[in-house]
Design a protein around this ligand. Structure first.
Ligand code: SAM
Length: 270
């Protein structure tokens, strides 16, 4: 059985839809930039600050229904149209990526705490950032900020290989175990400082950063293929941050301001 089949089998229910969508998607290099294809600003400003958890939230039996509703009301309705992204969001069991006592809130329209002062991002932000990467199914993608592993799982549904780096070791270990348990054989988790990228597997077809530095790390630009995209929040800790879609064009970069966001800071000595 191939890795792709194993991944599909590990995720029951919507795999047929995913396989169909994946088969239809283009398989050659970075997709061309389509400036008008991205989402309008959300009606509710996105925030990565986790709200207080509701204690004692119970698991629901209707998770698939919850997930479909989440995609419809929080993501499709806000303008995300990439069918690969929508199928991935419908497939990945987000409740498996949050602490047990928060599983009842896994499909709510906000980030959640995952321990060590970190968060799993709001579903809409995950979908928006994934769409902005303009992925193809042959891509190799780098993620900086593994956290729970949820964003990596979404990417793994769409692309060939995902390399993800997390600076907090217990989170890296936990995410690696979780992704293995869920059958994601195409995600490679490393503990380290993602500011410097992951040179060994560069260059990448896309890079996503899920914590905010105060400037765009040059090593990430260097590790991006020409014509490909980096999606990154940039700004001060707790202050106004901008989500940028950066396209590498030879020695130059083109930056597009997508929206205002609030992410946890990119940490480390730089
Ligand atoms: N993508 C994650 C998910 O799906 O759960 C959520 C990411 S959370 C908003 C940001 C993560 O970036 C945290 O886990 C944090 O520890 C990590 N982080 C912060 N600075 C980092 C760095 N320099 N290198 C790698 N990871 C970093």
């Amino acid at each position: 059985m191939s890795d792709k089949q194993r991944r599909a089998n590990a995720l029951p229910g919507w795999r047929d839809m995913f396989v169909l969508v994946a088969a239809l998607s283009l398989a050659i290099g970075c997709r061309q930039a389509t400036p008008t294809a991205t989402s309008p600003a959300p009606t509710v400003p996105p925030t990565e600050t986790a709200p207080e958890p509701a204690l004692g939230a119970q698991e629901s039996d209707a998770r698939l229904e919850e997930r479909m509703k989440m995609v419809d009301t929080q993501i499709r309705r806000r303008g995300v149209t990439d069918e690969d992204v929508l199928a991935a969001m419908e497939t990945v069991p987000r409740h498996e990526f949050v602490p047990d006592h928060l599983q009842g809130q896994a499909y709510a329209d906000h980030p959640l705490p995952i321990g060590h002062g970190q968060t799993i991002s709001q579903p809409y932000i995950v979908a928006l950032m994934t769409e902005l990467l303009q992925l193809s199914n042959t891509d190799r993608v780098l993620e900086v900020g593994t956290g729970s592993g949820y964003q990596a799982a979404i990417l793994a549904q769409i692309v060939d290989e995902v390399y993800t780096i997390e600076i907090i070791e217990p989170l890296a270990l936990q995410a690696r175990e979780r992704l293995k348990r869920l059958g994601y054989t195409n995600v490679h988790v490393r503990h380290g400082d993602g500011y410097y990228g992951w040179e060994e597997h560069a260059p990448y077809d896309a890079i996503i950063v899920t914590a905010a530095p105060d400037h765009i790390p040059q090593p990430l630009i260097q590790q991006l293929k020409d014509g490909c995209r980096l999606v990154i929040p940039v700004g001060p800790p707790g202050g106004y941050q901008t989500l940028w879609q950066v396209t590498k064009e030879g020695d130059k970069i083109e930056k597009r301001n997508v929206t205002g966001v609030l992410f946890v800071p990119l940490t480390g000595e730089h």
